[in-house]
Design a protein around this ligand. Structure first.
Ligand code: ATP
Ligand code: MG
Length: 359
């Protein structure tokens, strides 16, 4: 197993620090995503891994080999850039086989490999088309085939879908993931789109301002964010007794033991209703699935906000509290208090439900 390891990486451009002590380990065959807002240092980190930039501090290792001083040509990385950087006047086949020609591989190997990766990317029937005559999605497939055809040690994808419209992005991310699984190649993927990151990755590193804030599976990042920035960057969250609780883990009741509030907004998305409810201390977001019977509340209705009983009694509660790592002692205490009051709330919600004959 050859892990790719970034050790204590810091980098400055003209004395401006843009990466600060980044430590990452990417496992063999893993689909690893860097997620963060514009300017947080994602591309810089990718370029350090590819060997285009030597970091101001820190080391890059593959397995037990320190490759910090190796140039890009010695690292054998397949890269897809945001703008694809294809040769517009060449055909699909010429673009894909370019790296093989440069490496002077025998003609029959060039032909076979090019055919294999064109087929994998679904571009075989376009082999003789010029790049300028392809759609955005087709160009992206060519860029991926061109990166893979050299059989690189690792695939690096820098926001490869930012030129595509939303529907195509969703389709292409599934294709990329399926190609990656088939080839089994270790992949570093960059995006600032949280949906994309959650749906495609084995693990995600959330970055901000040159720092890695949290590394985890999509499930861990979404259900157990370790700080407010992560919680809000990968979705909406409510802060309740020191825990981040997602809108779909909350409920609005007409009566009960929750926090008294008033509905101040409803947004319908088709699949669900998203309510905003104002309590004395703050605003809450609550999601109700659309079961076809219409919204349970309208603007201005009084309501009670609480955490869903099944969330309180499930592992999710533990996950939420265990994910809070900074200032552990303080927050764990807060979480366990929250757990207790939440358990009480669940019990009383069940009592109410029983009284109302719903259980
Ligand atoms: N060649 C350069 N010279 C000076 N500063 C640079 C250079 N390249 C990037 N930067 C700065 O470094 C910081 C990180 O840039 P980087 O391109 O790594 O961010 P990013 O996370 O990839 O952003 P985006 O999502 O917009 O692509 C930014 O503040 C950027 O302005
Ligand atoms: Mg970038």
């Amino acid at each position: 197993m050859s892990n790719v390891i970034l050790k204590h990486i810091s980098h400055s451009y003209d004395r401006v620090r843009v990466l600060e002590n980044v430590d990452l380990t990417i496992g063999e065959g893993e689909f690893y995503t860097l997620l963060g807002p514009s300017g947080c240092g994602k591309t810089t980190l990718l370029r350090i891994l590819a060997g285009f930039i030597t970091p101001s501090e820190g080391e890059v290792w593959i397995g037990d080999q320190n490759i910090t001083d190796h140039g890009p040509e010695k690292r054998n990385m397949g890269i897809v850039f945001q703008n694809y950087a294809l040769f517009p006047n060449m055909t699909v086949r010429e673009n894909i086989s370019y790296g093989l020609r440069v490496r002077r591989l025998p003609k029959n190997v060039q032909q076979d490999r090019c055919d294999y990766y064109m087929e994998l990317a679904g571009m075989k029937e376009y082999a003789d088309r010029r790049i300028q005559d392809l759609s955005g999605g087709q160009q992206q497939r060519v860029a991926i085939a061109r990166a893979l055809v050299i059989e690189p040690r690792m695939l690096l994808l820098d926001e490869p879908m930012s030129n595509l419209d939303v529907a195509l992005r969703v389709k292409m991310r599934e294709e990329i993931r399926s190609i990656q699984k088939k080839v089994g190649i270790t992949t570093l993927f960059i995006t600032h789109d949280q949906q994309e990151a959650l749906s495609i990755s084995d693990r995600i590193a959330v970055m901000r301002g040159g720092h890695v804030l949290q590394v985890g599976t999509p499930d861990e990042i979404y259900n157990s964010p370790n700080q407010e920035f992560v919680a809000n960057f990968v979705g909406t969250s409510n802060l309740l007794d020191g825990r981040y609780v997602r809108p779909e883990q909350m409920q609005l009741l007409k009566s009960g033991d929750g926090i008294p509030a008033r509905v101040t907004g409803i947004r319908f998305s088709g699949v669900y209703y998203e309510y905003t409810a104002r309590a004395s201390d703050r605003e809450y977001r609550i999601i109700e699935l659309n079961d076809g019977s219409g919204a349970s509340f309208k603007d201005g209705d009084p309501c009670f906000v609480s955490v869903k009983p099944e969330v309180l009694s499930s592992a999710a509660l533990k996950a939420v509290s265990s994910g809070i790592s900074h200032d552990d002692a303080h927050l764990t205490a807060a979480s366990s208090r929250a757990g207790q009051s939440a358990a009480k709330a669940a019990e009383s919600a069940q009592n109410t439900a029983r009284k109302e004959g719903r259980l």
